[in-house]
Write a protein that binds this ligand. Structure first.
Ligand code: PLP
Length: 423
């Protein structure tokens, strides 16, 4: 019955079954380990023939309640929560890529993901080819090789704010026989559900809107359960795993093979588990996600319109602005709102941009987004600092660009601070 709830009700209501008299709020189970009298049962847990908790690196009730909720919100068959958004991207890729493999990714992605793909994973022998967000399907397909194992993009690119052309990318991934992995951090499952548009794996930095309070680092990987791993390209999911007593994930877990391997193999070995406390906070945060995202989106549109009309502003990127290059895609994929991030350029360039951020009265410079409190950031000198000038431009960041995280305060107060600083 609960599966048929609309998204707002799924967010507010616990999707876990409660027995009579159990707490209203899903409890924080702050325990690394679990008691058993029967050693045979514990052996069966390790054998995956019984289900239950035995060690919180692999599974914890509070973390699992969070995983179940996100899986249901995104429409997936399962999810694995991890210690940060970066861990989520890393785990999602290492679950299917080995040294000698290759990934195709959109260039307009979060700076940390760009360096993860172009530097750290490259050092592990996983090669990468980037394409621009406006590349044609054929241009993207031309990048695929025999060893390509995934296509990667962000539903709303951070910080360029391009909206992913799901139809084009999911078609390309299908033709190439690889999973389409989408980072849905900025859109959240309230504004966009990538699986409905052809994604196979969805990831989040839960640190952002899912928390909404800037208090807890975390991430999550969701498996849509809609990809055929038995197409000859993914032996790690199909052939017996010697590190798991010869188990074939594909045979044992059917459509949930990917997420089962992510937990039993990748999380077990790399250990980037989410803390139960952070999962508890995320469950609280999710209950208000829809209300917050409506207000973030409403305020951001008003602020974007104000900025667009200001004489000292050179350009504004916000997907729900009618003049925006990605308006048509936003109309198609982000029906409920454009989220709370705006990228804009001050007339004059990088120096003037930085000067503007110094003139703000109460809007602070904060390396964050998705927070209920408005803040700004100059990506060129912070999140994208490690990238070359060419890489910055490819990632959608011009030197004068300012990223504005529009919070849920009264929009007049936000506009007034921006107005006096622009003046
Ligand atoms: N994905 C996106 C779109 C992000 O904006 C970020 C961080 O800003 C990440 C992933 C990484 O998340 P975390 O900071 O939780 O590791």
């Amino acid at each position: 019955m609960k599966k048929n709830f609309k998204v707002e009700t799924k967010l507010v209501q616990s999707l876990e079954e409660f027995k009579e008299g159990e707490p209203r709020v899903y409890p924080l189970v702050q325990s690394t380990t679990y008691n058993y009298k029967d050693p045979d049962f514990v052996a069966d847990l390790f054998n995956l023939t019984e289900s239950g908790y035995f060690y919180s690196r692999i599974g914890n009730p509070t973390v699992q309640a969070f995983e179940n909720k996100i899986a249901q919100l995104e429409g997936g068959v399962g999810a694995v929560a991890v210690s940060s958004g970066q861990a989520a991207t890393t785990m999602a890729i290492l679950n299917i890529c080995n040294s000698g493999d290759h990934i195709v990714a959109c260039s307009t992605i979060y700076g940390g993901t760009f360096t993860l793909l172009s530097s750290s994973l490259k050092k592990l022998g996983i090669d990468i080819s980037f394409f621009g967000p406006d590349s044609s399907e054929n241009e993207i397909l031309a990048l695929f090789k025999d060893n390509t194992k995934a296509l990667f993009g962000e539903s709303i690119g951070n910080p360029g704010l391009n909206v992913l052309d799901f139809e084009k990318l999911s078609n390309a991934a299908k033709k190439a026989g690889v999973p389409f992995i989408v980072d849905n951090t900025i859109a959240t499952p309230y504004l966009c559900r990538p699986i409905e548009h052809g994604a196979n794996i969805v990831i989040h930095s839960a640190t952002k809107y899912i928390d909404g309070q800037a208090s807890c680092l975390g991430g999550i990987v969701v498996d849509a359960g809609n990809f055929n791993w038995n197409n000859g390209k993914f032996p790690g999911l199909v052939e017996p795993d010697p590190s798991y007593h010869g188990l074939s994930y594909h045979e044992a877990f059917k459509e949930a093979a990917y997420i089962a391997k992510a937990r039993t193999h990748i999380l077990r070995d790399f250990g980037a588990a989410l803390s139960a406390f952070n999962a508890f906070i995320y469950l609280r945060g999710l209950e208000t996600l829809h209300v917050r995202m409506d207000r973030h989106s409403e305020n951001a549109l008003k602020v974007a319109e104000f900025l667009e009309g200001h004489e000292n502003v050179a350009w504004v990127n916000y997907p729900k602005l009618k003049s925006d290059k990605y308006y048509a895609l936003a109309d198609k994929y982000l029906e409920k709102g454009g989220s709370g991030i705006i990228l804009f350029g001050i007339k004059g360039g990088a120096k003037e941009g930085l000067e503007f951020t110094k003139k703000l009265n109460w809007i602070n410079n904060v390396v964050h987004l998705g927070d209920v409190r408005t803040c700004v950031l100059h990506p060129g000198s912070t999140t994208h600092r490690q990238l070359t000038d060419e890489e910055q431009i490819a990632a959608g960041v011009r030197p004068e660009a300012i990223r504005l995280n529009v919070g849920i305060e009264n929009v007049d107060d936000i506009i007034n601070d921006l107005k006096q600083a622009l003046q």
